[in-house]
Design a protein around this ligand. Structure first.
Ligand code: ZN
Ligand code: ZN
Length: 269
């Protein structure tokens, strides 16, 4: 009998409408599967987002909240959002700022607006002392430039990492952890698995990015992803690294706790 893992899902959008019917039940299923903490980024441009995560964090002390304005919504970032991040951080209601970043694949907001929103939120995060959750799609060089431009030194998570090894290496050198999603389990993701094989063990994390990107074998049209499924990504990563599943779970959980201490969590939104 294999021991239960003690895994952390470093990124799950449990605020999304996909979980309206069974949000708390989804967390209980994850805990039953051995997931001991879940980091949930709230989208400050959507009114229902933060309250949904705050309610979960209230019920489950290791559901951890983050907040920010995503690259997709960068054009809607206001001074009010920046103030809100600062207030939430000041009362310990969030553990990270994010997700924030750049997405040059979808381009839902103009690239210039994305870069401005990223830099403004890096500046707020620097003030709060919190790490950031970075979303980067085809944008590694500009992410690095923004972090250097703001002299941002709190580190953070490169969530759902799909960039190349050089980007990973540069950001690891700036205090970042590299989080892999269910994409790692996809048959066509050989290049990403090669990157994952090179990341220093003490910088590895796993995530679901629920409700998106369900890993194999849950993948399929319309299939909802959920934190319990992070086990599958961890399995693939363990095999890639020549580690037992338990050892991989232990190291990624330790890494997460080093960045976002959570055992004695109790922040209130
Ligand atoms: Zn993202
Ligand atoms: Zn996300």
């Amino acid at each position: 009998m294999a021991n239960k893992p003690r895994l952390v899902d470093s990124h799950a959008h449990l605020d999304m409408p996909e979980f309206d019917a069974d949000r708390a039940e989804t967390v209980r299923r994850a805990f039953a599967a051995g997931i001991i903490a879940v980091l949930c980024p709230a989208d400050l441009t959507r009114a229902a987002s933060l309250p949904a995560i705050a309610a979960l964090a209230e019920e489950f002390p290791t559901v951890l909240a983050a907040a920010g304005v995503h690259a997709h919504q960068a054009k809607d970032l206001s001074a009010g959002h920046l103030d809100e991040i600062e207030r939430l951080a000041a009362r310990g209601a969030i553990r990270a700022v994010g997700e924030i970043g750049l997405d040059y694949h979808y381009d839902f907001s103009p690239a210039g607006a994305q870069r401005e929103a990223l830099r403004a939120q890096l500046a707020v995060a620097a003030k709060t002392g919190l790490p950031v959750i970075i979303h980067s799609r085809l944008a590694g060089a500009d992410i690095i430039a923004a972090i250097d431009g703001e002299r941002f030194e709190n580190g953070g998570i490169l969530h759902c990492f799909t960039e190349d090894w050089e980007t990973a290496r540069a950001l690891i050198g700036r205090g970042f952890y590299v989080s892999f999603s269910g994409i790692l389990t996809f048959p066509g993701a050989g290049a990403l698995r090669e990157v994952a094989a090179q990341i220093p063990l003490d910088r590895l994390l796993v995530e679901t990015d629920s409700p998106y990107l369900a890993p194999v074998p849950y993948r399929g049209p319309g299939r909802r992803n959920e934190p319990a499924f992070v086990v599958e990504t961890a399995r693939v990563l363990a095999a890639l690294r020549g580690l037992s599943f338990e050892a991989l779970a232990e190291v990624t959980t330790r890494n997460f706790a080093a960045l976002v201490p959570f055992e004695k969590s109790g922040g209130r939104c």
